[in-house]
Design a protein around this ligand. Structure first.
Ligand SMILES: [Zn+2]
Length: 103
C-alpha cells in the first residue's frame, strides 16, 4: 500500500543524486584538467629554466662563447684562448685602475 508512490519518490531522489554526481564529476574533471595543465605548464617552465641554467653554465661570458656540452666548455676554460683573454681582461682592468689612480 502506497509502495508505488514510495518507489517513485526513491527513483526521483536517485535521479537527483545521480545528476548531482555527474555535475560533481564534471567539476572535478575541469579542476583536474586545469591542475594537469598547470602541472604541464610548470613542468615546461621548469624544463626551459633548467635548459637556460644549463646553457648559462656552458656559456663563457668573457669570450662570448656558448657551448652545448660540458666537455666542450671545460676544454674552452682550460684553453689558451680563454686564458689569454682572461689575462688580457685583467691587464685591461689593471691599466684602467692605474689610469684612474693617475687622474
Ligand atoms: Zn672563455
Amino acid at each position: 500500500m502506497g509502495m508505488g508512490r514510495m518507489e517513485m519518490e526513491l527513483d526521483y531522489a536517485e535521479d537527483a543524486t545521480e545528476r548531482r554526481r555527474v555535475l560533481e564529476v564534471e567539476k572535478e574533471d575541469t579542476e583536474e584538467l586545469r591542475q594537469k595543465y598547470k602541472d604541464y605548464v610548470d613542468k615546461e617552465k621548469a624544463i626551459a629554466k633548467a635548459l637556460e641554467d644549463l646553457r648559462a653554465n656552458f656559456y663563457c661570458e668573457l669570450c662570448d662563447k656558448q657551448y652545448q656540452k660540458h666537455q666542450e666548455f671545460d676544454n674552452h676554460i682550460n684553453s689558451y684562448d680563454h686564458a689569454h683573454k682572461q689575462e688580457g681582461t685583467q691587464d685591461y682592468y689593471e691599466s684602467e685602475m692605474i689610469e684612474i689612480e693617475r687622474s
